[in-house]
Ligand binder design. Structure first.
Ligand code: DGJ
Length: 548
């Protein structure tokens, strides 16, 4: 049985009641259309320690003619995954893909009457959209309307048929563990659609039960949304109730209801965990990001309208990695990252999200680019902030492979510890040392992980370690024993009990896990423990004792 459920203090993906972290990768959009092309991608994924791939399956491919379904490609992909003992999260590219509709079948695209387009300029099916106030050009934009009832019905029908295929073909084995419904939903170029129909609805009344819901859920809202809701009228038009955020809430209401129609139809056939991914708002104005999509600002709207969705998943290409993870988990949402940058911190972020957030999924996008330099084309595609210094350093492929394999080998132990404080992590990116008032870098206070009886202090970038991509995960075994996994950091274990302030090592062993079984390597002592450090991807088993 596959579920998103609360285990201990986290919401995670579970298989038969046990946490099942996805050490995943998402392929480039077109790769999974060809199982032959996928052969080398599966191999690479395996070498990176991945246990799952996120693979698009498109409406146009599954239903090329209305009512005629073809599952040959997803079938072949499932077989490929099974041969390698891997899992799949399918990404349903239906009415939306990056806030556009390029993956809708031709018969949908061509019938503009039955399947209307979103109007961001009155009367126009395609119009120029401004990318950002800083770029004074407009690029052509078209998307299916979120008001299209026939569109939602047709999309839901196709998705339900696809889920029926999955149930028949995979229900017993469950190679497919979750499905993402649509891709980066929302509207670009305007905060809401402006067709006559949209205007009429926008000027009409907000459904009262929804207005009540928003009023009673202000606690978790982002500040401007909360202030707008509290300042608005109890009931009335969208502008009267939601003031300055009315257009975005209106779009979110319609987009999330559309997605719910699709997701619910699929779940009714086959109840798999369902996710939605999100093009982040990055503090921009509505219309510069897909508005109405599941950005944190409108999670309360999505909660109300789309109960079939189990996780809101951020696509993270911004430098503020931790801030985004915190924002997308603060309401109890599981951390499921379907897309993340392949640059610089890609591997430490993998270790950190597993150890710190107990992530349901971490998945670099286009992971066959790991190790390659960041390009201008990627900057455009990802909307990346090119001043981010992390983009200058490609992630070292070999290190990703080593860390990925280490985590995979340790997965049975990690998943046992999901939802408990026995599993923690720190990274150089997220946990810098606190500078000493004297300014002497040797005296700065290192970040630490606290396990009650002992603490693990981790020194990252500093006079003896220039690297900015260190990471360390600790899994506590007992009061005086732990596993450590990390890279590019120095370590020191200290007692956290005042009655026994001293700590000495009994055993420091490097090695690796295979399927949860420890295979010891060198026993470390002398110079290696005088200054314990991880200069390369390392797993350590440490036993110690504390005394007065
Ligand atoms: C985010 C989308 O969700 C992906 O499918 C892909 O298009 C990337 N952007 C850009 O490469």
């Amino acid at each position: 049985m596959l579920k998103m459920e609360i285990i201990g203090n986290r919401k995670v993906l579970t298989v038969d009641g046990k946490a099942f972290p996805l050490l995943a990768g998402e392929v480039h959009n077109s790769d999974a259309s060809s199982p032959a092309y996928m052969e080398h991608i599966w191999e690479l994924a395996d070498s990176l320690g991945m246990n799952a791939l996120l693979l698009p399956v498109s409406w146009e491919m599954v239903e090329p003619e209305e009512g005629c379904f073809d599952y040959s490609v997803p079938k072949a992909l499932i077989c490929q995954a099974r041969e390698r003992g891997m899992r799949i999260v399918f990404l349903w590219f239906g009415s939306w893909k990056n806030a556009e509709c390029m993956y809708a079948p031709g018969w949908v695209k061509k019938d503009l009457k039955r399947f209307p387009r979103a109007q961001i300029e009155k009367g126009k099916n395609k119009a120029g959209r401004t990318v950002s106030p800083a770029i004074p050009v407009k690029i052509p934009y078209t998307s299916l309307s979120y008001l299209g009832e026939e569109t939602a019905k047709a999309d839901a029908k196709a998705f339900a048929a696809f889920m029926g295929f999955l149930k028949d073909y995979d229900g017993a084995i469950q190679t497919v563990v979750a499905v993402q419904v649509e891709n980066e939903t929302g509207l670009l170029g305007a905060a809401r659609e402006v067709s006559d129909e949209a205007d009429e609805l926008f000027n009409g009344p907000v459904p009262e039960d929804f207005a009540d819901w928003m009023r009673t859920h202000t606690d978790t809202m982002t500040e401007d949304v909360r202030n707008s809701v509290l300042a608005g009228k109890l009931y009335g038009s969208w502008t009267e109730v939601f003031g300055p955020v009315a257009e975005e809430v209106f779009s979110a209401w319609h987009v999330s209801r559309f997605v719910e129609t699709v997701a619910a139809a699929g779940k009714a056939v086959y109840d798999l965990p369902m996710t939605v991914n999100c093009w982040l708002d990055k503090g921009g104005a509505p219309g510069t990001y897909p508005t109405g999509g599941p950005v944190s600002r409108v999670h309360e709207v999505w909660d109300y309208c789309a109960p079939s969705i189990d996780a809101y998943c951020p696509d993270i290409y911004v430098p503020q990695f931790k801030a985004v993870c915190d924002e997308y988990t603060r309401r109890g949402n599981p951390l499921f990252i379907p897309e993340a940058s392949t640059h610089s911190y890609s591997a430490p972020r993998l270790v950190y999200t597993i150890g710190h957030y107990h992530a349901a999924c971490y998945s670099p996008f286009g992971f066959d680019d790991i190790g390659k330099p960041f390009t201008a084309v990627q900057a455009f595609l990802f909307g990346a902030d090119v001043t981010d210094p992390a983009l200058k350093t490609p992630q070292n492929l070999e290190e990703y492979q080593q860390l990925g394999q280490m985590l995979k080998g340790m997965l049975p132990l990690l998943s046992e510890a999901y939802g408990s404080d026995r599993l923690q992590a720190l990274s150089a990116e997220t946990d810098p040392a606190v500078p000493h008032p004297s300014g002497n870098p040797m005296l700065s206070i290192p970040p630490s992980m606290d396990f009650g009886s002992f603490r693990v202090q981790v020194s990252f970038q500093g006079p003896t370690n220039p690297r900015a991509d260190g990471v360390c995960l600790c899994l506590q075994i007992s009061e005086e024993e732990c596993w450590l996994l990390g890279n590019a950091c120095g370590l020191s274990l200290v007692s956290a009990e005042s009655g026994k302030p001293n700590l000495d090592y009994l055993l420091v062993e490097e090695g690796s896990f295979e399927n949860g079984i420890w295979k010891p390597g060198r026993r470390l002592n002398g110079d290696e423990t005088a200054r314990l450090s991880m200069d390369r991807p390392t797993t350590l088993h440490i036993r110690f004792f504390r005394y007065a």
